[in-house]
Design a protein around this ligand. Structure first.
Ligand code: UD1
Length: 331
C-alpha cells in the first residue's frame, strides 16, 4: 500500500493531505485540472517535504487520460470537485456534471488500476438542517440545502451501492480552517470568498472592507451560528488514518465525521482571530444568510475509536496559521 492517486491534490485540503501522505511514507500520484488552484502549490509541497511530487495536469472526468497517464495505484483519495454553495444554486447542472462525472470516472480508474481503497471527500452538509446540533454518523441524512450538498449525498450513495472491488471510506468534513505552519500552502479562494475564515483574513489584510456576520439572533450563547472548525492539517492526517484503516477493515464501506468535537460561534472565532493576531477586525452584524444551519458540530467517538485519529490543533493555532498564510500571499 504505497501509491495513492490524489485527485484535486493541489487544492486546499488536497495539498495538505499530500504533505501528510509523504510524511507518512506514501507516494501521492496527483492530478488536478488547476481550475481552482495554482501550479505553484506543487513546488510549495515539494519545498515542505523535500521530495519531488508526481503531478499530472488532468481533469478527473477524463478517465481515459488519467488511466493512460498513471501506473498502478494502491488507493485513491478523491477530492476533485466544485464546492461553492452559491455557485451551485446558480449553475446546478454544472455541479452535477462536474462532481458526479468526476466521481464515476475515478471509480472506473480505481477499478482498472486495481486500487484497494477509495477515500471520498464528503461534507457535514449531508446532514442538512438537522435538529440535533451534535451529530454522529448515525444521524439521518437531511434534505440537501443546495445542489452542492446534493452532489455529496449522491456521491456517497453511488459508492455505497456499487459493489466495488475496493474498500470505501467516506469522510464527512466539518469546517476546515487554518493552513500549514510553514505558510507555504493554504486556502486560495477564487474571487470573493464565501467561507468565513478567508473572508476574515482578507478583511484584516484590507482586501475586503468589512466582514458581515450573518445574523446574531440564533438560539446560541451569543446569537451567532455554531460550527466545528477543524485545522486543515488535522483533517489531512485523518486521510492517512483512513488509508491505514482501510487495509484492515471488514466492511465494504464505512463513514466517519471529521471534526474536533467542539462547537464555536462565529463571534468566538472572530475574537480568537483578533486576540492571537493582535489586531481589530472591521465587522458588523447583518441579516441571516438563507440556508444557514444554526448549530452543527460532530461527536468524535467513532473516528477516535476506529481510526485512532483525534484533532490536535486548537482554534487559536488555526487562526494564527490562517493569518500567517494570508500575509505570505503579500510577498
Ligand atoms: C458552507 C456550506 C457547506 C460547505 C462548506 C464548505 C452553506 C449553508 N454551507 O458551510 O455546504 O460544505 O461551506 O466549506 O453555505 N459567515 C458569516 N459571514 C461571512 C461568511 C460566513 O457570518 O462572510 C458565517 C455563516 O453564516 C456560518 C459560518 O460563518 O454561520 C460559517 O460559514 P461558512 O464558512 O460559509 O461555512 P458553512 O456555512 O458552515
Amino acid at each position: 500500500m504505497n501509491r495513492i492517486l490524489v485527485t484535486g491534490g493541489l487544492g486546499y485540503i488536497g495539498s495538505h493531505t499530500c504533505v501528510a501522505l509523504i510524511e507518512a511514507g506514501y507516494h501521492p500520484v496527483v492530478i488536478d485540472n488547476l481550475r481552482n488552484t495554482r501550479i505553484s502549490v506543487k513546488q510549495a509541497i515539494e519545498e515542505i517535504t523535500g521530495k519531488p511530487l508526481e503531478f499530472y495536469q488532468l481533469d478527473a472526468k477524463d478517465s481515459a487520460a488519467v488511466s493512460s497517464s498513471i501506473e498502478n495505484i494502491d488507493g485513491v483519495i478523491h477530492f476533485a470537485a466544485l464546492k461553492s454553495v452559491g455557485e451551485s444554486i446558480e449553475k446546478p447542472m454544472e455541479y452535477y456534471t462536474e462532481n458526479l462525472e468526476s466521481l464515476l470516472s475515478i471509480i472506473q480508474v480505481a477499478n482498472e488500476k486495481k486500487a484497494k481503497s477509495f477515500i471520498f471527500s464528503s461534507s457535514a452538509t449531508v446532514y442538512g438542517d438537522t435538529e440535533e446540533s451534535c451529530v454522529t454518523e448515525e444521524t439521518p441524512l437531511g434534505k440537501p440545502l443546495n445542489p452542492y450538498g446534493h452532489t455529496k449525498i449522491l456521491g456517497e450513495k453511488i459508492l455505497q451501492s456499487g459493489k466495488q472491488k475496493f474498500k470505501t471510506i467516506v469522510l464527512r468534513y466539518f469546517n476546515p480552517v487554518g493552513a500549514h505552519e510553514s505558510a507555504k500552502i493554504g486556502e486560495l479562494p477564487n474571487g470573493i470568498p464565501n467561507n468565513l475564515v478567508p473572508y476574515i483574513t482578507q478583511t484584516a489584510a484590507g482586501k475586503r472592507e468589512k466582514l458581515t456576520v450573518f445574523g446574531n439572533n440564533y438560539a446560541t450563547k451569543d446569537g451567532t451560528c455554531i460550527r466545528d472548525f477543524i485545522h486543515v492539517v488535522d483533517l489531512a492526517e485523518a486521510h492517512v488514518a483512513a488509508l491505514n484503516y482501510s487495509e484492515e477493515m471488514i466492511e465494504t464501506v464505512d463513514v466517519f465525521n471529521v471534526g474536533t468535537g467542539k462547537g464555536n460561534t462565529v463571534l468566538e472565532l472572530i475574537e480568537t482571530f483578533e486576540k492571537v493576531n493582535k489586531l481589530k477586525l472591521n465587522y458588523s452584524i447583518g441579516d441571516r444568510r438563507p440556508g444557514d444551519i444554526e448549530a452543527i458540530y460532530t461527536a468524535t467517538s467513532k473516528i477516535e475509536s476506529t481510526l485512532g485519529w483525534k484533532a490536535k490543533k486548537e482554534l487559536p493555532t488555526s487562526m494564527k496559521d490562517s493569518w500567517e498564510w494570508e500575509k505570505s500571499l503579500w510577498k
